[in-house]
Design a protein around this ligand. Structure first.
Ligand code: NAD
Length: 448
């Protein structure tokens, strides 16, 4: 099928590349000229394992192109994905101005034939009908629009940054919301190779469940999923904080409750809280929507409040160990909001840096991606070190912020010898405690 993906960020680029890989003919559109130039030259503007290789393969066989020209993409695609960002406004409401701009431009560039317009961006409930209206407005802005037919589908995305390519080929479900059977049938055809697991790592599994709903329910599924996961993490973090006080070990507690199939063992790792480009903004957007409709979300408000406090727990632990932080040097292991991504949006590290700066500490950091990129990533108040030894040098304490696999293999013995005092706060309960203690570290985890 002919596909156009508008917006080539973490979702759009992965979607476009994976759809090209399974045989579709894809044009990716972005209004960021630098990005498009980079992608045309064969480089991925984001770090995502496996993505660059697939990008090259499909571009080489002519199934994947990049352009800044939306009209070309719209003319090409039978299916048009909207995958632009929907960041949070200061009110918590979702900022839908990029979706609006794209929907309007689709309208002004639609000519004869039938198109399926797919909302892959996470958009507030009710956006499907709103997008239809904006596309119609765009259509009506130009004379003689002829016979144009289109339907809108909500197809929320559940990929995880850091394993986005894997997740796209191995989805746990595909959600399609629309009032049009014709549009749903086209989407089912588009995804049939994924549903039949032709590109999955375990083809013996049953077909991927496709959940067909109305527009509003599909939009709600995305928000409900993220709100649930964020709440689950806040729950285990709250239990960890109680463990810290009563002398229980949250890692053992999580194992003990996670074996109950009604609970499950995922998202039960206590730490410094959730961040990133999705959970924080999506939970706030859901709270905002509920408020608009006269409902107060007490549980979701509490999940947000617990998370806000959780990010500061490492500061409390540093104060407990070092007392005065003014004039101390703190080294952060990891900056990105989670491993295997270069995404810094709403990363807990940002709050930790800000608080340490406010308390007069000097902050240094080493992150496998940020340190190697040589880019500032918009960071201030932190010295980016080139390697873990340089980070440890003259530090009063280290804080593990992101659970990068390579941190498990660091030369902690040497790092301890370079520090003023070998203290480590393991913000993700990720490191090997007994090994660190053997090397002379004073180790503090979260809830253990
Ligand atoms: P992103 O910020 O990484 O990418 C958005 C892209 O859209 C950028 O490249 C930007 O240049 C482009 N863009 C903006 N306006 C445009 C326009 N008018 N025309 C063409 N291109 C335009 O965003 P993202 O992280 O990929 O997220 C996209 C959407 O998917 C959001 O709604 C997000 O909530 C949702 N989502 C994200 C993830 C994730 O892990 N990042 C997961 C699931 C859902």
């Amino acid at each position: 099928m002919r596909v156009c993906v508008i917006g080539t960020g973490y979702v759009g680029l992965v979607t476009g590349v994976c759809l090209a890989h399974i045989g579709h003919n894809v044009i990716c559109v972005d209004n960021n000229e630098e990005k498009v130039k980079l992608m045309k030259s064969g480089q991925s503007p984001i770090y995502e394992p496996g993505l660059s290789k697939l990008m090259h393969e499909s571009a080489d066989v002519g199934r994947l192109e990049f352009t800044v020209d939306l009209a070309t993409g719209v003319a090409h695609g039978e299916v048009l994905f909207i995958a632009v960002g929907t960041p949070a406004l200061p009110t918590g409401e979702s900022d839908t101005r990029y979706v609006e701009a794209v929907a309007r431009s689709i309208g002004t560039n639609l000519y004869q034939g039938y198109k399926v317009i797919v909302n892959k961006s996470t958009v507030p409930i009710g956006s499907g009908d709103w997008v239809r209206m904006i596309v119609m407005d765009g259509l009506n802005e130009r004379p003689n629009n002829g016979k144009v037919e289109f339907d809108v589908v909500s197809n929320p995305e559940f990929l995880r940054e850091g394993s986005a390519v894997y997740d796209t080929f191995n989805p746990e479900r595909i959600v399609l919301g629309s009032n049009s059977n014709k549009a749903i049938a086209m989407m089912q055809e588009l995804y049939s190779p994924l549903v039949e697991r032709k590109f999955a790592n375990n083809t013996a599994l049953n077909p991927v469940p496709v959940v067909v709903t109305d527009l509003n329910s599909a939009e709600m599924i995305k928000y409900a999923a993220n709100a649930f996961l964020a709440t689950k993490i806040s729950f285990i973090n709250e239990v960890a904080n109680i463990c810290d006080r009563v002398g229980a070990d949250i890692t053992q507690v999580a194992k003990g409750i996670g074996l109950d199939s009604r609970i499950g063992n995922k998202f039960l790792q206590a730490g410094i809280g959730w961040g990133g480009s999705c959970f924080p903004k999506d939970i706030l957007a859901l709270i905002h929507t509920a408020t608009d409709y006269g409902y107060e979300t007490e549980l979701l408000n509490a999940a947000v409040a617990v998370n806000k406090h959780q990010r500061l727990i490492v500061i409390e632990k540093l104060q407990q160990e070092l007392k005065i932080l003014k004039g101390k040097t703190i080294g952060l292991l990891g900056l990105t909001f989670k491993p295997n991504t270069d995404d810094m949006r709403d990363a807990p590290s940002l709050v930790i840096i800000e608080q340490l700066n406010r308390l007069g500490a000097k902050v240094k950091a080493y992150d496998p991606i940020v340190s190697q990129s040589g880019l500032s990533h918009g960071l201030s108040g932190v010295i980016i070190e080139a390697n873990p030894e340089m980070l440890a040098d003259s530090c009063d304490a280290l804080v593990l912020v992101t659970g990068w696999q390579e941190f498990l293999k660091l030369d902690f013995e040497r790092m301890a010898s370079l520090m003023v005092s070998p203290v480590i706060i393991d913000g993700r309960n990720f490191l090997n405690r007994s090994q660190l203690e053997f090397f002379g570290f004073r180790y503090l985890g979260i809830g253990r």
